[in-house]
Design a binder for this molecule. Structure first.
Ligand SMILES: *[C@@H]1O[C@H](CO)[C@@H](O)[C@H](O)[C@H]1NC(C)=O
Ligand SMILES: *[C@@H]1O[C@H](CO)[C@@H](O)[C@H](O)[C@H]1NC(C)=O
Length: 255
C-alpha cells in the first residue's frame, strides 16, 4: 500500500509541485519509527520540471531566466527502508534558517525551489522547500545525521561528489529540445560511473529525476526498488534544454 502511495505522491508533486499532499499522505503519528536502512539522493532536471511553470514568483528558480540552473539540482536526501517504505517526520526541532546561514549560497544555487508553492512542515507551518525536506526526511536520518546543519552540509557534499550532470554530459547525454536518448544508456552511464543502479522518474517523455542510493557510509548501492524497471519513463527520453519552459509565452510574444 505504501508503495502505491509513493506513486500517488510523486504524481501529485508532478502536477502541483504539491509538497502539502506529500506530507498529508505520508505523515505518521508521533509514534516510534525504526532506524532507516539507506539513503537516496534525489536530483531533478530543471529543464523538465520548469516546463510546468505557469506563474512566477521570486523564490522559484525556474523564473530567474539568466540564472536558472542548467544542471541537475537537489530535490532531497531521503532516509529509506529496504522494503520500499520510509520513515517521515521523525523527532527533531522545526526548521530554522539561521542554522544554515553559512550554507545559503550553495543551497540557493544547487538546491533551489522549482515551484512557487509553500510546502508544509511536519509542524503544519508553511516553510521553504528546505524546511520541508529537513523536517520530513532529515530528521529520520539519525543517527548518521544529527542536526539541520549537518543534514544540508552532508547532502551538498554527496551531491558534489556524485555529479550526475557531469556523468551524463560526458556520456553525450546533453540537453536538447530535439534529441531523444535511450533510457538504458542513461542508466548504464550512471552504473558505470558509480557502480550502482539508479532510479529514474519522468514527466511525459522527459527525464525529470534521477535517484542515487547509498549505504549509511555513503558508498553507492543499488536502490532497493525499481532497479530493473524504467520507473515512469518510456524507452527513449528527452532532456529538455534550459529556457524552453514556462515563460515561453513571453519569448514568443517578443519574437
Ligand atoms: C557537475 O558537472 C557539471 C558538468 O560538467 C558542472 O557544470 C558542474 O559545475 C558540476 N557541479 C558541481 C557541483 O561540481
Ligand atoms: C512575462 O510577461 C509578463 C507580462 O508582460 C510580465 O509581467 C512578466 O514579468 C514577464 N516575465 C518574465 C520573466 O519576463
Amino acid at each position: 500500500m505504501l508503495y502505491v502511495l509513493m506513486g500517488v505522491c510523486c504524481i501529485l508533486i508532478g502536477v502541483n509541485g504539491g509538497w502539502d499532499e506529500e506530507v498529508g499522505l505520508l505523515k505518521r503519528g508521533g509514534g516510534y519509527q525504526r532506524e532507516f536502512d539507506y539513503f537516496k539522493l534525489c536530483v531533478q532536471w530543471p529543464g523538465t520540471y520548469c516546463r510546468r511553470t505557469r506563474h512566477c514568483c521570486s523564490n522559484n528558480a525556474c523564473c530567474s531566466r539568466s540564472n536558472s540552473p542548467s544542471v541537475f539540482t537537489i530535490h532531497g536526501l531521503w532516509a529509506e527502508y529496504n522494503d520500499g517504505t520510509w520513515p517521515a517526520c521523525c523527532s527533531g526541532r522545526p526548521f530554522d534558517e539561521r542554522e544554515i546561514s553559512t550554507l545559503l549560497e550553495p543551497l540557493g544555487k544547487y538546491w533551489p525551489s522549482l515551484s512557487c508553492g509553500s510546502p508544509r512542515s511536519c509542524h503544519h507551518k508553511k516553510v521553504p522547500f528546505w524546511g520541508h525536506e529537513v523536517e520530513k526526511h532529515g530528521t529520520c536520518a539519525y543517527p548518521v545525521v544529527h542536526n539541520e546543519h549537518e543534514f544540508f552540509l552532508t547532502t551538498l557534499n554527496v551531491y558534489f561528489k556524485y555529479n550526475v550532470t557531469d556523468v551524463l554530459f560526458k556520456a553525450g547525454y546533453v540537453p536538447s529540445n530535439s534529441e531523444k536518448y535511450p533510457l538504458g544508456g542513461i542508466i548504464s552511464a550512471i552504473e558505470n560511473a558509480f557502480h550502482a543502479t539508479p532510479e529514474v522518474a519522468c514527466s511525459g517523455d522527459a527525464l525529470e529525476e534521477l535517484r542515487i542510493c547509498f549505504y549509511k557510509n555513503f558508498e553507492p548501492r543499488d536502490c532497493a526498488h525499481d532497479t530493473s524497471s524504467r520507473g515512469s519513463c518510456p524507452r527513449y527520453v528527452s532532456l529538455p534544454a534550459r529556457g524552453s519552459w514556462g515563460l515561453r509565452s513571453n519569448t514568443t510574444a517578443a519574437s
